[in-house]
Each structure stands twice: as structure tokens, then as C-alpha cells.
Design a protein around this ligand. Structure first.
Ligand SMILES: [Zn+2]
Length: 270
């Protein structure tokens, strides 16, 4: 099992400066990361001569942070540091000693690993996706549309958008497709019995089209819904009645008890 959703790998891996901590090996990916984390915590403790509690995060905005509490150096580092070379681990130790120049080596390592950070972020998004709603199953819809219209060639992850605080809305975005992580999110306001299946299917189809017809620059402007996209959308059998339903029910969708989109995908998807 791969730990996801930004939860720390372990509540904290403690390494004492002198005595060796006991490692209890389990199996699989978790065990490998735990062993790596233990090695990093050990090295930091040895370099600093103090007890270290290391927490591994998948936080994409803060790569390294630390504080001292109860005679313990509590350090939080992003997962990429588990594979860091020893000079970077030394830089982490120096950083915890307040030596500012160490920040440079850490920044450089982060820069080299932006792809890995992005992959961790994507993994998290996929793990946080929930496709089965109360009334509509997005995965089922996606698979069916993929077979019928895309020769099963669309590769994407799909899930309902998160619920956020209630707010008065003037417009609603039914779905979104994230090109980088190939994630489709559908507005939770559509998971209601009043919303016909053909309308949900149309919204999913629209988001799938974004992968089939990616954005392109036309006349110096980046166009999301290209002429090819629009033509394919109009050719969808339910296009007419879906659009009509949307027009007639826009007020209903807007006063939905469900909540506005939360686009901040860097948030833990708890
Ligand atoms: Zn669109």
C-alpha cells in the first residue's frame, strides 16, 4: 500500500544520537520507505548529536521544516529526501543548525527533483479520487463512454469534486480536466437524483474530449475548445438534450445544496 493523501508515512521516526533504534521490518513499499526514513533519521542524529524525529510528508509547498521540542529535533521533510545523496542529508543537518548557506544545496536538490515531486502530487490526486457517488457512478460512465466513443484510448482518473463551504453562486463549472495529472473531476452538485444520467454522461464525455482534442494555439491564443473539439462534442448523440436540460435547470444547479468547486488540489484531499 502506498501512503497517500499527504499523511505522514509514519507518525514520526525517532532516532537517538547514541543508541540505535530498533527497526521492525514489514514488507513491501512501506517497509522500504520506512527503512530509508530510518536511515535518514539516523544520519541526521549522528551528524547533529541530538535526538531526531523525522516525519516524511507529501506536502508540495513546504519541503523541509523543523522545530525543537521536548529535547527532540522534529524535522519534516518531503518524500524525495528519502533518496537524497549524503551531501544533501548533510545540508539538512546544517540547515537544522541554522546555517543559512545549507538552504542552497537543499533548494538545488528540490529543483532537480521537481518531476518526482510532481509524480507524488499526481499520485495523491488519484488516491483521493472517489468515483462512486450516491446516485451516479463516474467510473462506470467513463468506461462505457471510453468503449463507445474513444476506442478505450482515453487514459484518465475520474472522481467527484470535493465539497466545500456553502456559498451563493452565479455560475457553476460542471467538470474539469487536468492535463498534467490526467484527472477528471465532476461537480458534486450533479450527484443527485434530479440530475438525469444522460446529463452526467455528457459532462464526463466533455471532459474526456479534452484529452482527445488537447488545447492548441490558434492565432496566438491558447484555445481549450478547439473547432475539432466543438465538432466532436456536437456529434455526441445526447448533446442537444443535455444542453437543453442544463439551460432549463441552471437555477436548480446553482442553488444546489452541494458546494462550489475547490480547485486547490494542493490541499490534502481529506
Ligand atoms: Zn471544457
Amino acid at each position: 500500500m502506498v501512503p497517500g493523501r499527504g499523511r505522514p508515512l509514519a507518525p514520526g521516526i525517532a532516532a537517538r544520537a547514541r543508541e540505535k533504534p530498533i527497526v521492525l521490518p514489514t514488507t513491501g513499499e512501506d517497509a522500504r520507505r520506512r527503512a530509508q526514513a530510518m536511515a535518514v533519521a539516523d544520519t541526521l542524529a549522528a551528524l547533529l548529536g541530538e535526538s531526531v524525529q523525522l516525519t516524511v510528508t507529501e506536502n508540495t509547498s513546504t519541503m523541509v521544516s523543523f522545530r525543537r521540542q521536548d529535547g527532540l529535533l522534529r524535522m519534516r521533510v518531503h518524500r524525495i529526501f528519502l533518496n537524497a545523496p549524503v551531501d544533501v542529508i548533510c545540508a539538512l543537518a546544517q540547515y537544522a543548525e541554522g546555517r543559512r548557506h545549507a538552504g542552497k544545496a537543499i533548494d538545488a536538490f528540490v529543483k532537480e527533483n521537481l518531476d518526482a515531486i510532481q509524480r507524488v502530487r499526481e499520485e495523491r490526486h488519484r488516491h483521493g479520487l472517489r468515483a462512486k457517488g450516491i446516485f451516479h457512478d463516474l467510473e462506470e460512465i467513463f468506461d462505457d463512454l471510453n468503449r463507445r466513443y474513444f476506442d478505450s484510448k482515453i487514459e484518465a482518473w475520474i472522481g467527484w469534486g470535493r465539497s466545500g463551504p456553502q456559498r451563493r453562486r452565479r455560475s457553476i463549472r460542471m467538470g474539469v480536466y487536468l492535463h498534467d495529472s490526467r484527472v477528471i473531476r465532476i461537480h458534486p452538485a450533479l450527484d443527485r437524483p434530479e440530475v438525469p444520467g444522460y446529463f452526467v454522461r455528457y459532462v464526463v464525455f466533455h471532459e474526456m474530449l479534452h484529452q482527445a482534442h488537447p488545447p492548441r494555439t490558434i492565432g496566438g491564443r491558447r484555445v481549450m475548445h478547439t473547432p475539432e473539439f466543438r465538432a466532436a462534442e456536437r456529434a455526441y448523440p445526447d448533446y442537444g438534450r443535455a444542453i437543453t436540460w442544463e439551460e432549463r435547470n441552471i437555477d436548480f444547479l446553482l442553488q444546489a445544496p452541494a458546494t462550489p468547486w475547490v480547485f486547490d488540489l494542493d490541499d490534502p484531499l481529506a
